[in-house]
Design a protein around this ligand. Sequence first.
Ligand SMILES: Nc1ncnc2c1ncn2[C@@H]1O[C@H](COP(=O)(O)OP(=O)(O)OP(=O)(O)O)[C@@H](O)[C@H]1O
Length: 297
Amino acid sequence: MTVPALRAVQLTKRYGRLTALDELTLDVEPGEVFGFLGPNGAGKSTTIRLLLGLARPNAGRAEVFGVDAADVATAHRSVAYVPADVALWPQLTGAEILHLQARTGAGVDEGYRDELVRRFELDVTKPARTYSTGNRQKVALIAAFATRAPLLVLDEPTSGLDPLMEREFRAAVAQARERGQTVFLSSHHLDEVEAVCDRVGILRAGRLAEVATIGRLRGMHRSEVTVAYPGAAPDLAAVPGVETIEPAGAGRLRFTLTGPPAPVLRALAAAGVTALSVREPSLEEIFLDYYGAEATR
Ligand SMILES: Nc1ncnc2c1ncn2[C@@H]1O[C@H](COP(=O)(O)OP(=O)(O)OP(=O)(O)O)[C@@H](O)[C@H]1O
């Protein structure tokens, strides 16, 4: 049996009367790129702090590769962490900070680090106090991606990056996965999670609403199907999974489909349909399905 890279068992955190995290139970497997989605205040950063032993739970427990998260000194040997608000030593230059960080933690691939400095177009000669939010984030990301740490925990790591840098970020995540590193990524960027993650967990008001692969998440939700037919409209009213049937111009119908397509394909074949297009829901639509109007609290 493999030991999970991250494990949360009924992990709970309360701030006064507010339950920021409510009995989270979750395993992230080694080698996985796991996306952690949720609106502002859902409890993502709280979860990460608990998983890394940086805050104490009111109940439940967290483990990093089988090590109790409270044993920070041991657990952090296998972790590189990029917090949501990156703080750097203001007097040191980017290069000095990267050098210093390389001397702590799980060891660094210096060649790859230098390549990342170029790819992220970071001027490492400047002192950190002159860096913008995005540049501070770049320093922390380069330091994390260049480590050999088996687990990278990234808390909303691209909020300060422009689209070109966001592309580099995605490439770096892909390379981390190829090396076998585990990535736990909290994000607001649905397209980013969709592009880089194997599985996603959706957190809503401190509770885990769903955990699924991107493919399964889409499969659980409605696809939009449009068909063209030559004669009488296909009768889809009683077909399992079909809903909201509406005309889409002359000789065309649009409807939504959930679940296996075989029954509707049989009905469509019987009607001799001449064209068919299927639009899968984006992660954004799925996300809105979960949160609806209550996206924040
Ligand atoms: N130290 C604290 N004291 C009191 N309340 C807190 C504290 N830290 C977080 N909270 C509250 O816990 C809830 C979860 O916050 P958290 O920062 O984990 O959310 P998040 O999902 O990371 O949000 P965002 O996407 O805005 O960063 C929020 O309601 C927040 O106000």
